[in-house]
Design a binder for this molecule. Structure first.
Ligand code: GLN
Ligand code: ZN
Length: 783
């Protein structure tokens, strides 16, 4: 008889409620004699978390041990598969830190001599993992001393610790190889390494071990035969793990999508439980109706042989759960087999606790609509007591209070602004359409009088220490609002003068006044709430505070017009108005779940549309609407992508199509390869798109040429992510490649992305190179 889990969560954050790990890491990186402190802080955090979860009523507590940076990176270390270039790093693995700690950090962050590993977004979240670097000859040696020591500690402390490992299919599917080989040829080897680990975990008394296989919610492979082969090998691998595990129960966990494929692939081989996400794609009204599965139709592959850990509490958004409704789902499932209660994903993606969030002190209503990590754990515990019939009176009250809160949110005027709703109802396709590009281009060329191959930048200029200090002083009251404003005006003037001196054609104000390209706007829009302490790990020691988009979004007053005016007053050259697009405004926020994302995006779009109109009235001839995150929200399954792209494109066009022919709309995209999305870039119908290109060898150019792209385009010719000033030759070559792929009349010359993380010296030197390249190329175009 296998044991059962009644109440758990799918995973835990590591950075600490007050970002304790971040601070200890950064201290250690500055001074490695502080290793003892880092070890102590990490141990305390893990122990504290285990105690909290146990006290809150969970009967199985996921643990990743002391995880110092990222779980994918931990997995590489555990499997002995850190990049070979870090093997010789002199390691300070003493003071209670894992033996490989400095090699781990060298892989994650690079050193003065060695490049860092690539980092990319974890599925469709804003969390970044360190991409494993493998090759055909990678050997997987189990290096489990650190994990076993940590777990041993957890077990002796008496918490029901459940080690969480990244499953072989997911680990390898997200890996890259340095030699072009297929990482998945290692699938059996990784299973074998885990098969060696499992008895060692069992020996230490682990009752459960969890394998995360979120890759099983994707299409896995576009090729049906390859997909079938991978799934068959995965099944065989888990069969071997079950055999190796002895009395230890295995839990296979998926998240961010439908867990049915995981169950269908792995049922009947002795896995004890499947953990699944029952939130994504199921929240009321959030998705199109055809993906909103009724409780009775959930998980057709689940026959009740294995236990189901039903993730009914949202692990990646911050809304309070409607407990009554979740309980209905749980009961419907419990009629089919054994069910335990869990979250839809790891709590890594939400802040620790509402209790410490001071920004809500004056807004009890909004607070009552929310649940952060600790509150979600409590929800799981209540639901589990209700499901097992061990509830208390307090639990019944909790159900009623939660129901009222959810209903209150839906009915509140703060979430439903009738004036705005009348306006969105009246939006027609015509509002999303401009005149044909040819016609616009003619007018814009006359209006702007730019040279061929115009030069520009993406928006931000270096956010210097002085700028950040000024903002900190404003917060602390050491600068008045007026003094801060003047400091920013001076900065804008300086940035304009520098651009004039460098000979750029289209200028920007430099964005010194923006703390962050989403938060800056969210602070000025109604329907958004900015938090004080609601930190979420983004990668390594870096945390972000995504604002909360809780209600109908409206713009009380212009947001950027004054800064545009200031900037334009210092120059006769055109200054671009600079805005963040609707999709990116959603992607980097916690977004309401009570209406389709597309409806929310349209509300943001209308606010931007008004802002653009005000910018035009203030004299802006060019307006850029950044959409760096458009690729990030792309659904994991191909079948769901067209619907997403339709609303994403629709919202961008609603924001930008209100202008007349003479106004030139720019957009900017980065963070990924856009080759497959080039059709979408065209659909946005921006007059000019600047796009990251130099890091992947301008591959986007082929896509542009093959698709017959006719709009203006600026493939980035300077990789701003590298602190190196590019050689003249390099930029000349990139620009010439661009000229071969795209007619000169369409081409713009710009860097890959904004410059806020760069210093002034490298920025000035690099822009000189960029402008010189454009001038040279112009001579040949004119000839
Ligand atoms: N305009 C923004 C900037 O230059 C764009 C940032 C981005 O693409 N992520 O900083
Ligand atoms: Zn960018």
């Amino acid at each position: 008889m296998t044991a059962q889990i009644n109440a758990t969560v799918a995973g835990v954050p590591r950075i600490g409620p007050k970002r304790e790990l971040k601070k200890a890491l950064e201290t250690y990186w500055k001074d490695d004699s502080t290793g003892r402190n880092l070890a102590t802080v990490a141990t305390q955090l893990v122990n504290q978390q285990a105690d909290n979860l146990t006290e809150a009523g969970l009967d199985s507590v996921p643990t990743i041990g002391r995880s110092f940076y990222d779980s994918m990176l931990d997995t590489s270390a555990l499997l002995g598969a850190l990049p070979t270039r870090v093997a010789d790093i002199d390691d300070h693995g003493n003071d209670g830190l894992p033996a490989f700690i400095d090699r781990l950090f060298a892989a994650a962050r690079g050193t003065a001599e060695l490049p860092a590993s690539a980092m990319t977004k974890w599925f469709d979240t804003n969390y970044h993992y360190i991409v494993p670097e493998l090759a055909a000859d990678t050997e997987f040696r189990l290096d489990d001393a650190a994990l076993l020591a940590d777990l041993g500690d957890q077990l002796t402390r008496g918490t029901a610790a459940r080690p969480v490992l990244i499953g072989p299919l997911t680990y390898l599917s997200l890996a890259r190889t340095t030699d072009g080989s297929d990482a998945l040829t290692h699938l059996e080897e990784v299973f074998e390494a885990y098969a060696r680990l499992l008895p060692r975990l069992a020996e230490r008394g682990a009752a459960w071990v969890q394998f995360d296989e979120p890759y099983l919610v994707t299409d896995v492979d576009r090729d049906d035969a390859r997909k079938a082969d991978l799934l068959a090998r995965t099944r065989a691998g888990y069969e071997a793990l079950v055999a190796a595990a002895g009395d230890t129960n295995l839990l296979v966990q998926t998240y961010f999508g439908d867990g049915d494929l995981a169950i269908g692939t792995l049922s009947g081989i002795g896995i004890a439980a499947f953990g699944v996400d029952l939130v994504t794609g199921r929240t009321d009204e959030r998705q199109a109706d055809d993906t909103n599965v009724a409780d009775a139709d959930l998980l057709p592959s689940w026959t009740g042989t294995e236990q189901l850990l039903a993730g009914v509490v949202d692990g990646r958004n911050i809304w309070r759960t409607d407990l009554a409704r979740a309980l209905e789902t749980l009961k419907t499932l419990a009629a089919r087999g054994p069910v335990g209660v869990s979250t839809s994903s790891s709590l890594l993606h939400v802040p620790y606790s509402l209790a410490q969030e001071t920004s809500l002190d004056n807004d009890p209503q909004l607070r009552s609509w929310l649940a952060f990590g600790a509150e979600k754990v409590a929800e799981v515990a209540v639901l589990s007591r209700l499901l097992t019939g061990t509830e208390t009176e307090d639990d019944e009250t909790a159900v009623a209070v939660a129901h009222d809160a959810v209903a209150g949110r839906r009915a509140s005027e703060r979430t439903r602004n009738s004036v705005l709703r009348t306006r969105t109802d009246a939006v027609t396709d015509a509002d999303r359409r401009r005149n044909p590009f040819d016609q616009r281009r003619e007018v814009q060329e006359q209006e702007l009088g730019l040279p061929p191959l115009p030069t520009t930048t993406i928006g931000s200029f270096p956010q210097t220490t002085e700028i950040r200090q000024a903002r900190a002083k404003l917060r602390k009251g050491e600068l008045t609002a007026g003094q801060y404003h003047q400091a920013m005006v001076d900065e804008v003037k300086d940035v304009i003068e520098r651009q004039e001196a460098l000979g750029l054609d289209v200028l920007v104000h430099g964005e010194p006044e923006r703390n962050d390209m989403v938060q800056y706007f969210s602070e000025q829009l109604d329907g958004y709430h900015s938090t004080d302490l609601a930190w979420v790990q983004s990668y390594g020691s870096r945390c972000v505070r995504p604002p909360i988009l809780f209600g109908d979004v409206t713009r009380p007053e212009p947001m950027t017009v004054e800064w545009f005016r200031v900037a334009q007053s210092f120059t006769d050259k055109p200054v671009k108005g600079m805005l963040t697009g609707p999709v990116t405004m959603l992607a980097w926020s916690f977004v309401r779940d009570d209406q389709p994302l597309g409806a929310t995006a349209d509300q943001v779009a209308l606010a931007l549309r008004d802002e653009i109109s005000d910018l035009v009235d203030a004299g802006a001839k060019i307006i850029q609407v950044d959409e760096p995150a458009i690729r990030e929200l792309l659904p994991l399954r191909a079948s769901q992508q067209p619907a997403y792209l339709a609303w994403a494109v629709g919202a961008f066009r609603l924001a930008t199509a209100g202008v007349d022919d003479a106004t030139q709309i720019h957009t900017h995209m980065c963070y990924s390869e856009f080759n497959e999305l080039i059709g979408t870039v065209g659909d946005l119908d921006a007059d000019v798109t600047s796009i990251e290109a130099s890091r992947n060898g301008m591959r986007v150019l082929h896509a542009l040429r093959d698709s017959g792209f006719e709009l203006g385009v600026g493939p980035g010719v300077w990789d701003i992510h590298s602190p190196r000033v590019p050689e003249q030759d390099e930029v000349d070559t990139l620009l010439n490649e661009a000229l071969e792929a795209v007619p000169a009349r369409q081409l713009w010359v710009n860097p890959d992305c904004g410059l806020k993380t760069r210093g002034w010296d490298e920025t000035t030197a690099s822009i000189k190179v960029l402008v010189a390249a454009a001038e040279k190329a112009r001579a040949s175009v004119n000839a």
